[in-house]
Design a protein around this ligand. Structure first.
Ligand code: AMP
Length: 462
């Protein structure tokens, strides 16, 4: 059986691994570390949760400490690109953990926070830089960073990068990298266009894959309930109250949808946070920390915001709305059943989402178990508490132009994908169907308009 000692990693790294109580390499680590130690390029098909961060950072850290040299000002020796701020922060933290007995400097740069501190951090140069593409290019444009000294380049969550419209940024970044470098490319899925992107970055790569494309983790029990869109909130309250939830991630398609769910939960006295691209960085960090520490056990998220979030102990994933791209479903439910634990995924399927469920079941080759609506459900719907009032300052879109730009970037990912992803929320949905407003108010809205607006929103994305 392979152990970390068999890889020949630097003693300082082995010490850090012992401190973290890692005894056994995960499958991706077993496959990836040996070729990476030899300097090979690597194409990894793996999701977060598989241990891929250690898979790419351990051999890279080994290289950086085995071949030390002084960094030039405003430069880095290893560059890791990640699609979201959360993932970037998480990768940087892992690198710090694994490199804690070394002198390597690790910096993170992403949007949504002031750029000046990042400029200062980079002024002397760093060994490892973890960045989101937009902010990285801003720093390059401001002459705060050059990429000539990059020895190791890692592109993480490439499929997500493409979904978020970062392709042009990636092309620009690729041109700024030196030609001699080691390249690592990770993606949870490998459809044709991602494979094509990989070819542009990689030279004679070793390919490793830990989860076959679009298969669902076996340890996740999947349920689905057919329910009207407007009754989903009542069902959610019921599921939360009657299930043995340690931590649950609740997915909505849109940012406003996520806020709405949280307001309803709050109205019913149930504590929850929302996390999505319209939240300020501080709000996202607070929400994530509260969720991680167990202070709040419900996190309502959009797909983009939740990608790459690694929180252990997520017992339930609830699909308040069904993604219309099956791979997205796989990513969502992959948030539970981490590290061999068992998890439960429950999907709330409105009539116009049934085709999405069918597509998901076809692609994942699994069938979810039907879960009936609870007895007395109509009563629950009728007695749904009113939502809490929206906060005056949602923390979104500060006056800070940089933040606006970053949010716009995030918005592009969550809202306006050109790849069949949800259109998202260019504005609050007009249908009122999902927000569970009291019956009295809804009667004033034309029903035809309601349904039409909703269907339209769904159709446009398909
Ligand atoms: P990742 O897929 O890189 O986000 O890692 C998922 C989680 O697994 C993180 O919390 C890591 O700290 C943890 N992890 C990674 N490798 C190992 C290992 N060999 N043994 C135990 N935990 C690990």
């Amino acid at each position: 059986m392979t152990t970390f000692n068999d890889f020949g990693l630097h003693a300082d790294i082995n010490r850090a691994l012992a401190a973290k109580d890692y005894t056994q390499p995960t499958p991706i680590q077993m496959q990836a570390i040996p070729p990476l130690m030899k300097g090979r390029d690597l194409c990894g098909i793996a999701q977060t949760g598989t241990g891929k961060t250690a898979g790419f950072s351990l051999p890279s850290i080994h290289h950086l400490i085995t071949y030390p040299h002084k960094t030039n000002p405003r430069s880095c020796r290893m560059l890791v690109l990640a699609p979201t701020r959360e993932l970037a922060a998480q990768i940087a933290q892992s690198c710090r953990d694994y490199g804690r007995f070394t002198k390597l400097r690790v910096s993170t740069v992403f949007g949504g926070v002031p750029i000046n501190k990042q400029i200062r951090d980079l002024s002397q140069g760093v060994e490892i830089l973890v960045a989101t593409p937009g902010r990285l290019l801003d720093l390059i444009d401001q002459r705060a960073l050059r990429l000539d000294d990059v020895e190791i380049f890692v592109l993480d969550e490439a499929d997500q990068m493409m979904d978020m419209g970062f392709i042009h940024s990636l092309r620009r970044i690729a041109k700024l990298l030196p030609s001699r470098r080691q390249n690592l490319f990770f993606s949870a899925t490998m459809p044709k266009e991602i494979a094509h992107l990989a070819e542009q970055f990689l030279e004679d790569p070793v390919t490793v894959s830990v989860t076959p494309q679009a298969t669902t983790a076996e340890k996740i029990r999947q349920f689905s309930t057919f329910v009207e869109q407007k009754e989903k909130q009542a069902l959610l309250h019921h599921v939360i109250k009657t299930s043995d939830i340690d931590r649950a991630l609740i997915f909505t398609r849109t940012k406003h949808g996520a806020d709405r769910v949280v307001r309803h939960l709050k109205g019913a006295g149930i504590e929850a946070y929302a996390i999505h691209g319209n939240k300020s960085q501080a709000q996202r960090t607070t929400a994530l920390q509260a969720f991680r520490s167990g202070q709040v056990r419900l996190l309502v998220a959009t797909d983009i915001a939740a990608r790459g979030i690694d929180v252990s102990g997520v017992s339930h994933v609830i699909n308040f709305e069904i993604p219309n791209v099956p791979e997205q479903y796989v990513h969502r439910i992959g948030r539970t059943a981490r590290a061999g634990a068992e998890g439960i995924a429950i999907s709330f399927v409105a009539p116009d989402e049934r085709t999405y469920l069918r597509d998901i079941e076809r692609v994942t080759r699994t069938k979810s178990e039907p879960m009936a609506l609870p007895e007395g459900f109509n009563e629950l719907v009728r007695n749904l508490p009113k939502p809490a009032a929206p906060p005056r300052d949602t923390g979104s879109k500060g006056r800070n132009p940089q933040r606006q730009r970053d949010d716009a970037l995030a918005g592009r990912g969550e809202g306006n994908r050109g790849n069949g992803q949800p259109r998202g929320d260019r504005g609050p949905r007009r249908d009122g169907a999902a927000d569970g407003q009291p019956q009295r108010k809804r009667r004033f809205r034309p029903r035809g308009g309601k349904v039409g607006a909703h269907k339209g929103a769904v159709k446009r994305v398909g």
